[in-house]
Write a protein that binds this ligand. Structure first.
Ligand SMILES: Nc1ncnc2c1ncn2[C@@H]1O[C@H](COP(=O)(O)OP(=O)(O)O)[C@@H](O)[C@H]1O
Ligand SMILES: [Mg+2]
Length: 226
């Protein structure tokens, strides 16, 4: 379960206004939410809070059932973050590592046996259409290939929460649709999924509730079917 109660966040100094102000919403385990709103509204900032890269300046945040304290120990945050899969807008791949080694990272952090890791990595890379690119260093990939690598890395360890920041902007439409099916499937299997996007045709294709941000505030929390 994800729950925010009156959460605000400012970047650094008090003089700068809050980037996110008084956000309250909840997403049940297995829920799917679109995160919508104009550029600069705070979508990426909200995802950075949910991914525990930043902590709320005010208010209370519960991630995967755990309420995160203002002074939460780093080790506890890291442990919790390992249960979250994040697709950053700029992918954040390790440039010198191969596609396979990038995708294997979450499993290596879990100390899974290497033969198991290899099997799972190859299966997921085949699924995202990168079966022929496993040994290529991340720097040599096209934008779409990097994005698919980042997606594979975000879901390979079956996290309880998947966050994705504009995860289809480098994908062709057919790939974007497959990704959407996968997100819907993950959510049906009990993973909470939150996807920030500008892509309206995508949102129309998968009718799910949404969170709409404007200037750091939640102005609409809607039911896409309405
Ligand atoms: N690295 C940064 N340093 C300072 N301000 C930033 C930075 N990144 C984003 N901002 C500002 O924070 C606000 C929220 O941005 P962001 O969360 O990136 O919105 P969105 O993802 O909806 O486009 C905007 O006013 C943006 O200009
Ligand atoms: Mg953004």
């Amino acid at each position: 379960m994800i729950r925010l109660d009156n959460v605000s966040w400012r970047r650094g100094k008090k003089e700068s206004g809050p980037v996110l102000a008084h956000l309250s919403f909840a997403v049940p385990q297995g829920g799917f939410r679109w995160l919508l709103g104009p550029s600069g509204a705070g979508k990426s900032s909200l995802l950075s809070l949910l991914h525990l890269e930043n902590l709320p300046t005010d208010g209370q945040m519960t991630i995967l059932g755990k309420t995160v304290a203002q002074d939460e120990k780093r080790a506890a945050l890291v442990r919790l973050r390992h249960r979250i899969g994040m697709v950053h807008q700029d992918y954040q791949l390790m440039p010198d590592l191969s596609v396979a080694d990038n995708v294997a990272l979450p499993l290596r952090l879990q100390n899974r046996p290497e033969d198991e890791i290899q099997d799972e990595v190859h299966a997921i890379l085949k699924w995202v259409g990168l079966g022929e690119r496993v040994d290529v260093p991340a720097t040599r990939l096209s934008g779409g290939e990097q994005q698919r690598t980042a997606i594979a890395r975000a879901i390979i360890h079956r996290p309880g929460l998947v966050l994705a920041d504009e995860p289809t902007n480098a994908l062709e439409e057919s790939q974007a649709c497959r990704l959407l099916d996968m997100f819907a499937e993950l959510s049906a299997m009990g993973t909470t999924v939150i996807v920030a996007t500008h892509n309206e045709s995508l949102v129309r294709r998968l009718e799910r509730p949404f969170l709409f941000l404007e200037r750091g505030r939640l102005v609409e929390e809607g039911d896409a079917q309405a």
